[in-house]
Design a protein around this ligand. Structure first.
Ligand code: NAD
Ligand code: IPM
Ligand code: MN
Length: 360
């Protein structure tokens, strides 16, 4: 039978809760569809950093390179600077494996209280450029500890980099509602964005059946809040795509349900699947984390591995739970009674009103 080799990195905070939860479902579905997930767990993250001064071993990337895909939770701990945790594990995976597309679908899910003006269903995908742009490694601190202290970071946009993101977005739109919205800021202040616009327009000429609309990022943020149902595919730079994905996720209910696929479309390297959210230290260890973003990312991983039927079943499973009212507090759930064995359910009243003391 078919086998897929998966690197599992739960990482920090709620990663330790949502990754095992999601894996339970993925294993069940794999069994039902006659394939095996050969999981290999890596205990990398902030504990590894505290013990060894690094987020992962020196040859960490080489170890990961042997797998078909990476299933990742999150990194980030309050006592370690984010620059260490992020440049030490998350960003090297995206860059070394040339995962230049970060695909972030956002849909209205059944049973989640709408946060949307008008109430039309949201069904959009953010195609985020994932290895260059504002997240470039060119720059750093200058004159630290002096009165001249400063920081600089060059935004890096290459013709090749923008082209492949726009191509991906256009091709995706062809299988959907044929609309691409390009997030930009080309009103003369930021030098890189007129270049972004030119390259995106060049690509779209090769896709005459797709309508391109470019929208300035500030106006786009407002339009996303006011009319999220009007969007199909949004193509965005690294930073703009990052911000829009939390915004769109929250509009659909919670960033806890938002998935993300860091893709190397040519499959020369493993792709990486993680939720949009981070390690959420504010709720970690309390059993409050919503596992849907992680699980949905798992479904995207199965799809990438060619297991479409299994992926569909995973999505159907969490949608079924939502229809049955099973929900964590971020999407309106309230806790089960201490003595009962029932699960989180939605009900009237806020979580805070109903339970002054959180279960530990
Ligand atoms: P976050 O996404 O961790 O949390 C933002 C808010 O959303 C918090 O209030 C949190 O409780 C809530 N939330 C997030 N996921 C949830 C879930 N599954 N269920 C219910 N509620 C959820 O963002 P942050 O607080 O800005 O960052 C915390 C740490 O995570 C930082 O160190 C940051 O650098 C890191 N981070 C890592 C990744 C990653 O590894 N990919 C992504 C984002 C942030
Ligand atoms: C995300 C995260 C990361 C990003 C951070 C943690 C570097 O916010 O995956 O959305 O900005 O890419
Ligand atoms: Mn983000």
């Amino acid at each position: 039978s078919r086998r897929h080799s998966i690197a599992v990195i739960a990482g920090d905070g709620i990663g330790q809760e949502v990754v095992p939860a999601a894996l339970q479902t993925l294993r069940l579905v794999a069994e039902r569809h006659d394939f095996a997930l050969d999981e290999r767990e890596y205990d990398w993250g902030s504990d590894h950093y505290r013990a060894h001064g690094r987020m992962m071993p020196v040859d960490g990337i080489e170890q990961l390179a042997r797998h078909d895909a990476i299933f990742f939770g999150a990194v980030g701990a309050p006592d370690i600077p984010d620059v260490e945790t992020l440049w030490g594990l998350l960003i090297p995976m995206r860059r070394e494996f040339d995962q230049y597309i970060n695909l972030r679908p956002v849909r209205t899910l059944p049973g989640i209280p709408a946060r949307v003006v008008g109430g039309d269903d949201i069904d959009l995908v953010i195609v985020r450029e994932n290895v260059e742009g504002e997240y470039s490694s060119v720059g750093g601190r200058l004159y630290p500890g002096t009165p001249y202290a400063a920081a600089v970071q060059e935004a890096f946009f290459s013709h090749r980099g923008v082209t492949r993101a726009a191509e991906y977005a256009a091709t995706l739109a062809e299988s959907r509602r044929r609309r691409v919205t390009s997030a930009t800021k080309s009103n003369g202040i930021i030098h890189t964005m007129p270049f972004w616009d030119e390259v995106v327009a060049e690509v779209m000429q090769r896709h005459p059946d797709v309508t391109l609309e470019k929208v300035l990022i500030d106006a786009l943020a407002a339009k996303l809040v006011l009319a999220p149902a009007s969007f199909d595919v949004i193509v965005a730079s690294n930073l703009f795509g990052d911000i829009l994905s939390d915004l769109a996720g929250a509009l659909a209910g919670s960033i806890g349900v938002a998935p993300s696929a860091n893709l190397n479309p040519e499959r020369r390297h493993p792709s990486m699947f993680e939720p949009v959210h981070g390690s959420a230290p504010d709720i970690a260890g309390q059993g409050l984390a919503d596992p849907i973003g992680q699980l949905w990312a798992g479904a995207m991983m199965l799809e990438h591995l060619g297991e479409q039927a299994a992926a569909d079943e995973v999505v159907a499973a969490f949608e079924g739970c939502l229809r049955d009212g099973i929900a964590t507090p971020d999407i309106g759930g309230r806790p089960p009674r201490r003595s009962s064995r029932t699960r989180w359910r939605r009900g009237s009243g806020s979580w805070a009103e109903r339970s002054p003391s959180l279960p530990t």
